[in-house]
Design a protein around this ligand. Structure first.
Ligand SMILES: NC(=O)c1ccc[n+]([C@@H]2O[C@H](COP(=O)([O-])OP(=O)(O)OC[C@H]3O[C@@H](n4cnc5c(N)ncnc54)[C@H](O)[C@@H]3O)[C@@H](O)[C@H]2O)c1
Length: 451
């Protein structure tokens, strides 16, 4: 369907975009943020975090684009968001008030990005297999990028993104929010101070609720695109590296295939084994199978055993049950809501902490704030420079953030893409072990065995 572009992205909902094609010459004082993808994660974590940063004066206008109008209407009408951020709005592309509800706009994000002032921020929140083209398009149009995990599905794409971003002095941050859970930061510091010795054997699990099968997942988390290991296993694999600094060197994943309600097939249950460069082993179980009637939002946790000189060491993270038990007068209206609940106070909550509306708290917010602040810092600290000097200064800051290793970036976390490639190769081959090679030409291949 053809709707004149100005109907969709100008007028009262101009929201920091330039009318007509082409971009403004100078980065604005407060960056415009365009979120590409208006689904579940945008609703529960990204948009409220960006609203909070807008309230704090860190970012300016906000745009959200989606494949079609429906999810944008849901975001606009979300009662919790309205209560939390009264008077704050995003511009919807397509505009759900005028767009044909059945029409799809797969390329509209490009038009929106083309109209953003340079060196603003694009937040990528589309299905996994679309991250690569959207991230690349944003960089090629001089935008800093924040993206939900995984950055991309192929190692070579991560390297290409790292190169383009560095050439242009743009920041790319990958949103692995478990890193910003204080327990992860505590474990990382103690591990790196030598207090846990050397990691040897561990297990991690993350099972999302059963009802996820009925959501939009059934349209994209299908056997040919993704699986439970790729979708959620990456969190704990990233975390084990984040804590220990070890690199994964081999992966095998067994997947159990089932049908979604729409008839498409997905690997709903996965059991993965990750071997690390020191020979340590992590078993990772994932799935869309946590009972809707169970009291948490999911089931998750991690146990890492290690050894010191002459004793064992231990890190146990209970990441589902965090010491809070509630029993309500009746259950809420969302899928997975239960009368008796064990809510997670640490991930992301909107609480009344005084002041206007509600305040976003938790590691989900802190993680987004860290990425957005890094992009803003690069702009702020180089604002007085121009040309080659500005570029050199931006690159120096990018290298500094890469080197810290706290925010995941293409340069410091592309082992995740190698694990992703290895996991996909293994699961599609019934669980064969796939080896990760580093060095000059990193890549993955089946482990060769002698008879
Ligand atoms: N814990 C985490 O870090 C976490 C949790 C959930 C999701 N995610 C990631 O976030 C991403 C999205 O997940 P979700 O749960 O929100 O999915 P979802 O299916 O609910 O939403 C996807 C959104 O992308 C939009 N979209 C699809 N194609 C588009 C296009 N061409 N242009 C613009 N928008 C388009 C859809 O309209 C939809 O709004 C995935 O990559 C997922 O892995 C991460």
């Amino acid at each position: 369907m053809s709707v004149p572009i100005f109907l969709r992205i100008s007028g009262p909902d101009f929201h920091g975009l330039k009318e007509g094609r082409g971009r403004m010459g100078k980065a604005p004082e407060k960056p415009v943020v365009t979120i590409v993808g208006g689904g579940m994660i945008t609703q529960v974590q990204i948009l409220p975090s960006i609203y909070q940063l807008q309230r704090l004066g860190t970012v300016g206008d906000i745009n959200v684009t989606a494949l079609n109008a429906a999810p944008l209407r849901v975001l606009d009408e979300d009662e919790t968001l309205r209560r939390a951020f009264p008077g704050q709005k995003f511009a919807a592309h397509p505009d759900f008030r005028e767009a044909d509800p059945k029409a799809q706009f797969p390329e509209l994000y490009k038009e929106v990005i083309e109209r953003m002032p340079p060196r603003s921020i694009v937040f990528v929140a589309v299905p996994d297999q679309l991250h690569y083209p959207v991230v690349k398009f944003a960089l090629e149009h001089d935008q800093h990028v924040a993206t939900v995990k995984p950055l991309v599905l192929k190692y070579e794409q991560a390297v290409e993104i790292e190169r383009i971003a560095y050439e242009r002095g743009l920041f790319v941050g990958v949103e692995y929010h478990k890193r910003f859970d204080d327990r992860s930061l505590m474990a990382r510091m103690a591990y790196r101070d030598g207090r846990f010795g050397e990691f040897k054997l561990g297990n991690a699990r993350l099972l999302e609720c059963w009802y996820y099968r009925h959501s939009n997942f059934q349209n994209w988390m299908t056997v040919e695109n993704s699986d439970a290991f790729a979708y959620i296993g990456c969190h704990y694999i990233d975390l084990v590296h984040f804590i220990t600094g070890l690199l994964p060197t081999a992966v095998s994943v067994y997947g159990i295939e089932e049908k979604y309600p729409n008839g498409k097939k997905g690997f709903f249950w996965t059991d993965g084994r990750v071997i690390w460069e020191n020979g340590a082993c992590l078993n990772v179980q994932n799935g869309l199978g946590y009972p809707d009637d169970a009291p948490g939002g999911n089931d998750q946790g991690m146990v890492l055993y290690g050894r010191g000189e002459d004793l064992g060491t231990l890190i146990i993270h209970s990441d589902q049950y965090r010491g809070v038990k509630h029993s309500y007068v009746k259950k809420g209206g969302d899928p997975g809501d239960t009368i008796y609940a064990e809510p997670n106070p640490d991930y992301f909550k909107l609480v009344n902490a005084g002041g206007k509306g509600l305040t976003a708290v938790g590691y989900g917010y802190r993680s987004i704030a860290a990425i957005i602040s890094a992009a803003c810092r690069i702009e702020k600290e180089t604002a007085m420079l121009s040309g080659a000097k500005a570029l050199a200064a931006r690159r120096k800051l990018i290298k500094e953030i890469d080197g810290e290793g706290i925010i995941a970036t293409p340069a410091n976390s592309s082992y995740n893409e190698l694990v992703m490639e290895a996991g996909r190769k293994s699961i599609l081959a019934g669980g064969r072990e796939v080896v990760i090679e580093y060095g000059d030409k990193p890549g993955v291949s089946f482990r060769k065995h002698r008879d």
